[in-house]
Design a binder for this molecule. Sequence first.
Ligand SMILES: Cc1ncc(C[n+]2csc(CCOP(=O)(O)OP(=O)(O)O)c2C)c(N)n1
Ligand code: SF4
Ligand SMILES: [Mg+2]
Length: 313
Amino acid sequence: MIATASEVLAPSGQSNPVPVPPVERKPLTKKEIAADHPTWCPGCGDFAVLALYFKLIEKRKLWQEKITTISGIGCSSRFPYFVQAYGAHYIHGRSLAFASGVSLSRPDLHVFVFGGDGDLFSIGGNHFTHTARKNIKLTCVAMDNWVYGLTKKQTSPTSPLGFKSKTDIWGAVDYPVNPMKQAIAAGASFVARTTSSNPNHVAQMMDAAMDHDGFSFIECLSECVEFYEGAFDASNPRKGGVFNTVPATHDVTNETAAYKLAGEPFPGYFGIFYKVSKPTKNEKEAAISSSAREKVKGLKDWEILQKTFDRMR
Ligand SMILES: Cc1ncc(C[n+]2csc(CCOP(=O)(O)OP(=O)(O)O)c2C)c(N)n1
Ligand code: SF4
Ligand SMILES: [Mg+2]
């Protein structure tokens, strides 16, 4: 993109600024977006997700000030540290609450949230439900490794029955959350599933999610090689598993069909399960604010306040 001469005029106050020729602002390269060296364990599935996010930013020609990467706490939630752009490494489980505020107040940004299965479905489960039902425009990627990685192997809400961990030494007894079912039931308007062992597929899902006007959710299987090695082998053809994409006959606007697909036993299917268009909270709130502004048009701030006080009498 080119900055126009008027945008690059000499500082204000100068009476006759001399126009300078337009300067070309080059799109960012993957190298420029990469920040700190990621501190994940060698072989962690999270590396691929980060690399594909860089690729997406590069492909979409986004600059730092248009990228917002938000997370909670966890290995996966270290994500924003490694992106050389704006973002926040927020409180455990509260990333979506923070991201909702950013999305509603800055319609010019596309907000990406990355989090773990614990972060999004345990402590953050409540926020997940409400962000989805409000259809807030943002993309939420759950980097699901079926375990608490950062805190070194506790049972997570997606750990399968029988999984032996520090909190379930005899094996997990609680029925796991199915993130796909959870997202569909909560009202997410875009729900997709992918796995970090298939980079091209992750890139496709991120691209499609970003184009969606509403709450887009991606469950991305991302192996924790340290505390749950081999968890997703059954979905990885390189490890003798199968990678089945959503059948071509599947109707993505059919909620019941999407829910049924989500209930298929592991490794299940990969791709877009559900996608519908419905008004976002962003546009509804924008309409409310603009009609409220219209009513007080031309009034000074103190006059608007005075009107409020008068109404309260
Ligand atoms: C309020 C609060 N509760 C608990 C913790 C401890 N804690 C940090 S990360 C985490 C879970 C990490 O698991 P997950 O979200 O699945 O991410 P992963 O590390 O597996 O990527 C927990 C329980 C915390 N930091 N803050
Ligand atoms: S502990 Fe697991 S999730 Fe965390 S960086 Fe290591 S491999 Fe990845
Ligand atoms: Mg986890």
